[in-house]
Design a protein. Structure first.
Length: 260
């Protein structure tokens, strides 16, 4: 099983070979498996479920998995086994914050190097570990930091502008205004004057009519539903504010990340 699966085509052949060696070398030193997945498939499962499904194809083990979703420009990381304890959501958040700038700038190799090295380093750090793998809380506990996750981001302002219902309301308001203006100008208003039908040179009548041409209808695309928590037990938080979840196959994991 290759450790680097670049389905989005972000890396050259030589870069893939270098990262493959790094995943093996750093992984063996840290006692875990390190995986990198990329894709640009608009119909793929959401990151949480995508990684869970990939991990389900492997035997249970201690591993960390990174997914780069280029279609939605998303970075998502999950830790399994010992990596769930050491590479918990707060450390995942630190990895994400460090690698999102090079990812946004197109420096993919640099970003993946950061992920590999920091993941291995955290496996050697015994401070602030996550031993509670019960993620039954639906939100962080009082005083805890809320970490973004797919389909429920903390940037509510951006969510408002991109939500299908908000766009639908705006479209209906615009459509209603346009129809109202057209109705006002096309009915109940006298558009003919006293000389409209009089040809002064020939003392005859000339005709004139107003013709309705078209109505413009605005369609709004509704985004696909969030199915992250529809499989298995979904994601949540434990009593210490660490985020994680349980896959449909019953494997618990840490998780975190965000957009770039």
């Amino acid at each position: 099983m290759p450790h680097v699966n670049d389905n989005a085509g972000l890396l050259s052949t030589s870069e893939i070979e270098k990262l493959e060696k790094m995943c093996i070398t750093y992984g063996e030193e840290a006692g875990i498996e390190i995986f990198i997945l990329t894709h640009d498939d608009p119909y793929a499962e959401e990151p949480e479920k995508y990684i869970e499904d990939f991990n389900q194809t492997l035997p249970e083990g201690d591993r960390v998995i990174l997914l780069i979703d280029m279609n939605d420009r998303f970075i998502w990381i999950q830790g399994y086994g010992l990596a769930e304890t050491y590479i918990h959501s707060k450390r995942i958040d630190e990895i994400y914050e460090t690698m999102k700038t090079p990812m946004a700038d197109g420096n993919y190799f640099e970003a993946f190097e950061i992920y590999i090295k920091k993941s291995a380093a955290y496996m050697q750090d015994d401070t602030d570990l996550n031993w509670d793998h019960d993620y039954s809380a639906g939100s962080p506990q009082t005083g805890d930091v809320y970490y973004d996750y797919y389909g429920n981001e903390s940037d509510n302002f951006n969510d408002l502008w991109t939500s299908w219902w908000f766009q639908l309301i705006v479209s209906l308001i615009l459509a209603g205004s346009i129809v109202g203006m057209m109705a006002y100008h096309s009915s109940g208003k006298m558009t003919a004057g006293g000389y409209t039908y009089m040809d002064r040179n020939h003392s005859g009548l000339i005709g004139r009519r107003d013709q309705y041409l078209q109505t413009r209808v605005t369609k709004v695309r509704r985004p696909k539903e969030n199915t992250t928590t529809s499989q298995g037990k979904g994601g949540g938080f434990n009593s210490s504010g660490f985020r994680g979840g349980v896959s449909s196959g019953g494997r618990s994991h840490s998780s975190g990340g965000g957009r770039f």
